[in-house]
Design a protein around this ligand. Structure first.
Ligand SMILES: [Zn+2]
Length: 122
């Protein structure tokens, strides 16, 4: 995931994390349809492909991730507006300090943003 972010930088990258019991088992890389350094969007057809693949492997969608190439790992106004899946975590990878990428997870709802505890195991 961090590799993906670095590869796409300075553009934002995005993807979907699938797993079981709140544990991520696979990261699916998606194209940033916006090809932008400040925002991202996932094409519906690519999302569908990932959903099908997760279904095949009996994985659940746990989170959506994207990168911030120049800003801190906190959801931007656009991220809040675009938080389409209220039950899904939003993971943000910040490459602000290129040598020390920071990964944070949030629960974004219309009313508030909650920072979630995550454990990076691999
Ligand atoms: Zn963002």
């Amino acid at each position: 995931m961090i590799e993906h972010a670095k590869r796409e930088s300075p553009l934002e990258c995005c993807g979907i994390l699938g797993g079981r019991d709140k544990t991520v088992e696979r990261a699916f890389e998606l194209q940033n349809a916006e090809k932008s350094p400040t925002r991202y969007s996932m094409s519906p057809s690519e999302q569908l492909r990932v959903f099908e693949e997760m279904e095949k492997e009996s994985l659940e969608m746990i989170a959506v991730y994207h990168s911030h190439t120049h800003t801190i790992p906190f959801p931007s106004e656009t991220d809040v507006k675009l938080a389409f899946y209220p039950d899904i975590s939003s993971v943000i990878i910040s490459l602000k300090d290129e040598k020390d990428p920071v990964v944070k997870a949030f629960q974004i709802s219309k009313e508030a943003i909650y920072l979630e505890e995550i454990e990076v195991t691999s």
